[in-house]
Design a protein around this ligand. Structure first.
Ligand code: URA
Ligand code: CA
Length: 434
């Protein structure tokens, strides 16, 4: 394969063959093709696109660039979920315990925060002693015992995607639906599961800014998953405002615990119940989604889901009970943004809040940065809520924050008010099935 020929073909909008794509990824992972040529190919793909066949070939090549994790020793039905990334998206910490309580296996390999979006591993590490590193044997044993484990990726999973993703990040070629779909599905197919739900985030705080783009990505994801023989469906959910009222690490873990206690952010609870109910139907455990939802709600009311969360924390070395995690102090509350006027909260710009939390110390600006687990934001109100002038809207937590005035100003700018009632945003716009 000569990469120049691939660039030339794609430049003119011709389709690449399976062998060409396979050779390209193999050579790139081996370091036999330079970044500048792959950059040119990516930009050609960005403008010309990949057809369904090419997207499948790319996914397969990325998947086969690394190891695949066989979870055959897990006897319960294995369910998995993936979100395209958002702000205050604490779903895994609620959904995992719910599904484990219902008797399924939630054996999750999660990631770290990226840009303005949070990462489940960073959140869990806010619990003293919690380890996201486990041997495969311990991981499987834990899932067999309690139905729940959330760890980082240890195996050499999709090195091709890792390399390509960094290059896409540096060449502004991330937001192309075939490239995103291949990247996500290659990673998910590397880990065995009986059913997978993909939560495609749409809105200002997400990669996909409108319904058309989100629909296109959702269809590609479902189509690709199906080609690998996986039971998969997608939902398109809102990321106009943050999902949870809490944004950060410890603060999001605390919010997840509150939801598991039957309190806390309603949107976080509702989306977790919806995704869980859809997964129960997808695996064939339940026939009716409403009934499945009621069952999962029962796992909250009975305290069973919270027990699963506590068991996971203990199994992974965490030294605190859920009650102790709730009592743990956040970083100092350094400012409270109050309502500017009487009326209704009209907008909470998710991207700006994610960025704000990051600048308070909840995320990284470079990969070497150390996170402040106690930093973050807490929203007292969400879009559609009535507000009174002077009422607290957003609390800021952090230590030694640089440019605090600037951060406050940006966060003030992220909130908009209306004199007339505002409708609550839709949580799930659509679902896409095979
Ligand atoms: N998430 C991924 O894993 N890959 C992408 O390309 C975009 C979002
Ligand atoms: Ca139960």
């Amino acid at each position: 394969m000569h990469i120049n020929e691939l660039i030339e073909k794609k430049k003119h909008g011709e389709a690449l063959t399976e062998k060409e794509i396979q050779d390209w990824i193999e050579a790139y992972v081996q370091g036999e093709v330079p970044d500048y040529q792959v950059s040119a190919l990516l930009m050609a793909i960005y403008f010309q696109g990949l057809d369904d066949q090419e997207t499948y070939f790319l996914t397969k090549a990325l998947l086969e660039s690394g190891d695949q994790v066989d979870l055959g020793e897990i006897k319960k039905k294995k369910v998995d979920k993936h979100s395209t990334g958002g702000v205050g998206d604490t779903i895994s910490l609620v959904l995992g315990p719910l599904l484990a309580a219902r008797g399924l296996a939630f054996a999750k390999m999660s990631g770290r925060g990226l840009g303005h979006t949070g990462g489940t591993l960073d959140k869990l590490e806010a619990i003293d002693g919690f380890s996201v590193e486990e041997s495969k044997e311990d991981f499987i044993d834990q899932v067999n015992r309690i139905g729940l484990a959330i760890v980082g990726q240890t195996a050499n999973i999709t090195p091709g995607d890792k390399k390509l993703y960094s290059l896409r990040d540096a060449t502004e070629t991330v937001d192309q639906s075939s490239l995103i779909a291949a990247s996500i599905i290659s990673k998910k197919m590397a880990i065995e599961s009986d059913a997978l739900i993909l939560d495609v985030k749409m809105g200002e705080g997400a990669f996909m800014k409108n319904l058309e783009e989100a629909q296109e990505l959702a269809e590609k994801l479902v189509d690709l998953g199906g080609k690998f023989g996986r039971k998969v469906m997608a939902v398109i959910s809102s990321m106009e405002e943050p999902l949870s009222k809490a944004i950060g690490n410890l603060i999001e873990v605390q919010e997840a615990i509150k939801v598991l206690q039957g309190k806390g952010s309603e949107d976080l609870r509702d989306l977790a119940l919806s995704l869980g109910a859809k997964l129960l139907v997808l695996t064939g455990e339940e026939e009716d989604e409403d009934r499945a939802r009621q069952e999962l709600l029962g796992e909250i009311t009975s305290g069973h889901a919270l027990e699963k969360f506590a068991a996971m924390v203990k199994a992974q070395g965490g030294q605190l009970t859920p009650e102790e995690i709730l009592e743990k102090s956040l970083s100092p509350k350094i400012y409270t943004i109050r309502a500017r006027e009487d009326g209704w909260l009209e907008k909470i710009h998710a991207l700006s809040l994610g960025e704000g939390a990051r600048r308070l110390g909840a995320g990284r600006l470079s990969m070497e940065d150390v996170i402040d687990p106690g930093a973050g934001l807490y929203l007292h109100k969400k879009v559609g809520d009535p507000v009174k002038k002077g009422e607290p809207i957003l609390d800021l937590y952090g230590k030694n924050v640089e440019d605090l005035e600037d951060v406050i100003q940006d966060l003030e700018g992220a909130l908009a008010y209306s004199k007339s009632p505002v409708e609550k945003p839709t949580l799930i716009y659509r679902e896409v099935k095979a």
